[in-house]
Write a protein of this length. Structure first.
Length: 382
């Protein structure tokens, strides 16, 4: 997929991953980029997260991003901080930029292992020389346990485009999760407006995503604008939301060991915040996830998750449905368990709930919990 005007990207093999797959990516712009940033709320945050937060606080534009996969460079003490700064500085040098203050950094992989910084620094000139307008190699360079690359796009009236690239498969939970999302647009927007818009978009999409209930140390979602084309701001926000929602669903579908994508749609809530919270709680419930994996129409697990979601509901009016079959409406409803179970064997499972107290709605996305998830994570470092 082609990136928007004003961007160049690359992905190469630097030798971090034992598999020999792509592990070093670059994103570059010949002119300063407006940008907005969201990152993990985990108090154990990797140096890349800490440094990027500091850059965001300055309000200054950036020109590039360097991303590595296969090593998280987290919990490595002073060495980790020095390695992250050296990585950004080497990327700046390879791209002919003034210094690391113009370069965002991102790393993902195993926590607590020293970063092979020399290999990465040596690979940066190759990455800089490989820059182009195709996102494929870059999208490969950011993956860890992912089975597939994750790319999405949308257009805005007038010709502006939004293109997003993401990674994520495990350690995924609201408050960002272990995911990277790098979204590029050539739509013109002031940085303060972009930052306010990005916060709203992230709340409605990436923070509605859960795989396993664990929030990572390294995750981030970045949007960058080259400002090449005029665009209606309402349309731009809709395009950003379409791209990020698509990426969130792709991450959930590719969850570690997952066999099914779960969409939870909540209506009848008191406000949007409570609607999204209720949907997240159901999507994140291990009991719901295992029931979906086994195609078990156990609506009691859904109702129990709604009840502990810290939202207002009227039990006498609550409705629960799965795959279009009404299972509960103030009281248990008659249904053919075998018929519903058969419907739940689909790769896409829709759970619907109405809280009966208002008109607000929200969605969340997750996946089933299988034996495969346990196998992958039991052997992750061994």
């Amino acid at each position: 997929m082609k990136v928007p005007l004003g961007f160049e990207v690359a992905g190469v093999v630097a030798g971090v991953k034992r598999s020999g797959r792509h592990d070093l990516g670059l994103l570059y712009s010949s002119a300063p980029l407006a940008w907005a940033y969201a990152a993990t709320t985990n108090k154990v945050a990797a140096p890349c997260v800490v440094r990027d937060r500091a850059l965001a606080a300055t309000g200054a534009p950036v020109r590039a991003l360097v991303v590595t996969s296969g090593n998280a460079n987290c919990a490595n003490g002073a060495r980790g901080e020095q390695d992250d700064l050296r990585l950004a500085g080497a990327a700046a040098a390879a791209l002919g930029l003034a210094g690391p203050g113009e370069v965002l950094s991102a790393s993902t992989g195993v926590i607590g292992q020293p970063m092979p910084i020399d290999k990465l620094v040596a690979g940066l000139p190759q990455a800089a020389a490989a820059r182009g307008d195709d996102s494929e190699a870059f999208s490969k360079a950011i993956l860890t346990t992912d089975l597939v690359t994750k790319v999405a796009e949308a257009e805005v009236a007038g010709g502006a485009r939004v293109v997003g690239v993401a990674k994520g498969s495990g350690m995924i939970h609201p408050n960002m999760a272990t995911m990277f999302a790098f979204v590029m647009t050539d739509a013109l927007i002031d940085q303060p407006d972009l930052r306010a818009m990005w916060a709203r978009v992230v709340d409605r999409t990436f923070n509605q995503l859960t795989v396993d209930g664990d929030t990572s140390t390294n995750d981030m979602a970045v949007v960058l604008s080259s400002g090449r084309l005029a665009a209606d701001q309402t349309e731009l926000e809709a395009a950003l939301e379409a791209v990020t929602a698509s990426l969130a669903k792709k991450i959930a579908r590719d969850g570690e060991g997952a066999t099914k994508l779960i969409t939870v749609r909540v209506t009848g809530a008191r406000d949007d915040v409570e609607a999204r919270r209720a949907a997240r709680t159901v999507a994140g419930s291990s009991l719901v996830k295992t029931a979906v994996h086994g195609s078990d129409p156990n609506w009691g697990r859904i109702l129990a998750a709604l009840g502990r979601a810290d939202v207002e509901l009227d039990e006498a009016k609550v409705r629960v449905a799965a795959q279009g079959f009404e299972l509960y409406s103030g009281e248990p409803q008659p249904f053919d368990a075998k018929e519903v179970s058969a419907a739940l064997r689909a790769e896409d499972v829709l759970i619907e709930a109405d809280l009966g107290v208002g008109a607000a709605r929200g969605e969340a996305w997750g996946c089933d919990l299988s034996e495969g998830y346990v196998r992958i994570n039991a052997d992750y470092t061994t």
